[in-house]
Design a protein around this ligand. Structure first.
Ligand SMILES: *Cc1c(COP(=O)(O)O)cnc(C)c1O
Length: 405
């Protein structure tokens, strides 16, 4: 088995030239977007080979965003759960409070290099919008962010942050008024303004080259974490755990470990209120393959193939499709995918706050809730490495509404 997994196409060969991860991914866009995505793929390939581009990316990740982030041994949480040693990759300590800034700095620099004076983005939780607005200010780019009306209400402070940073926030009132509809609006804008505009996608979603490009900008998480765990624990982890919205923080952590066949990987999706269609965002438990926003992947849909509504207490996980590379890792059984409920995530967040003095984002709390389930069944000399993708300040209103405060 190990040898078979070591030779997995998942590491190195994915995606192929057409943007396919096995049978998933690809580039399903209208004619008007064919040229822009091809131009982007070429621009990215040129940039990643450019030493000056890499040096500037490294400089901003280090001195602006705050990399490398610590890998923290959560000793009190470990004691409390009484099993495996738990290490937290502290992406919550980055500027703007989540891993999203890694990708935004990368794509912002790429936009500049390609001569685009304007960036547009979609946002769910507002985290990606804030990270994009931040990078746009840093690099002197014009910025427009599309956000569902419901998300704007749920995450009002992030709307104010974006405006303070000089970004125009456009409210999207169509469909379910959440992330999926914001992406539709963003794509429409891109078609019209492609001559001067870069679409800054927030996760490993969308048509090729986005899933590849965003993964490459988030890989730094796993690169650092792998070195750090080898230095501090002197061994590889038994288990990686990360929450999966679009899938960028999880693929960012997982990717570097894919050739390490002994390292298990678990992606945690939003189980929401129940597993009834419309009550959750657990694409692997409740979805099937289909095309959404330019990529072929697991999608929540009804029997007629219509995109299903989704629900999660955490706006960042509330999206009907998952990044295509995850669909491929799932199909290959290289990674496992599960889900936890809104209530379990809220409880895990409050546990981490009390045991470790860290208030996690509700997205990250989904990963922690899975750790709470698994750690007690593992031996004390085993290691779990969990990605703490973001901090919880943005979620205080939700904790309060849930009766936790
Ligand atoms: C946006 C977000 C997520 C979900 O996005 P991925 O692309 O799946 O990583 C997870 N955690 C936090 C803190 C976020 O802001």
């Amino acid at each position: 088995m190990p040898n078979q997994l070591n030779s997995s196409p998942a590491h190195g060969a994915w995606p192929d030239a057409r943007g396919r991860f096995g049978e998933f991914g690809g580039c399903f866009v209208p004619e008007t977007l064919m040229h822009p995505v091809e131009e982007l793929a070429e621009g990215f390939e040129a940039a990643r080979r450019d030493a000056a581009f890499q040096a500037e990316l490294d400089r901003l990740l280090r001195h602006f965003a705050g990399r490398p982030t610590p890998l923290y041994h959560a000793q009190r949480l470990t004691e409390h759960l009484g099993g495996a040693q738990i290490y937290l990759k502290r992406e919550d300590l980055l500027h703007t409070g989540a891993h999203k800034i890694n990708n935004c700095i990368g794509q912002g620099l790429l936009a500049k290099r390609m001569g685009k004076a304007r960036v547009i983005a979609e946002t769910g939780a507002g985290q990606h919008g804030v990270a994009t607005a931040t990078v746009a200010a840093l690099l002197g780019l014009d910025c427009t962010v599309y956000m569902g009306e419901e998300d704007m209400a749920r995450q009002a402070p992030n709307v104010f942050r974006m405006r303070l940073l000089g970004t125009q926030v456009v409210s999207v009132a169509s469909g379910s008024k959440t992330l999926k509809d914001a992406i539709n609006e963003g794509m429409r804008d891109w078609v019209t303004n492609v001559h001067n505009t870069h679409y800054l996608m927030g996760s490993v979603l969308g048509p090729h080259p986005y899933p590849l490009m965003v993964r490459e900008f988030q890989r730094i998480i796993g690169k650092e974490a792998r070195e750090q765990i080898l230095t501090t624990a002197r061994r590889l982890p038994n288990l990686l755990v990360a929450c999966v919205g679009g899938g960028s923080n999880s693929i960012g952590l997982f990717y570097e470990f894919i050739p390490d066949a002994a390292v298990k990987m678990v992606g945690v999706e939003a189980g929401g209120r129940s597993l009834r269609l419309g009550d959750h965002a657990a694409r692997f438990a409740g979805g099937k393959p289909g095309v959404l926003h330019g990529t072929y992947t697991y999608v929540l849909q009804n029997d007629d193939g219509l995109i299903a509504p989704t629900h999660s207490v955490s706006a960042g996980l509330d999206y009907p499709a998952v990044g295509p590379e995850h669909s491929a890792l799932y199909r290959e059984k290289r990674a496992e995918y599960t889900y936890v409920s809104d209530a379990e995530a809220l409880e895990a967040a409050s546990l981490l706050a009390r045991k470790e003095g860290i208030i996690p984002a509700l997205e990250s709390a989904h990963a922690l809730a899975e750790v709470v389930k698994r750690a007690p069944h593992m031996a004390r000399d085993q290691v779990i490495l969990v990605n703490l993708s973001g901090r919880g300040d943005k979620d205080l209103g939700i904790f309060q509404a849930a009766g936790i405060l």
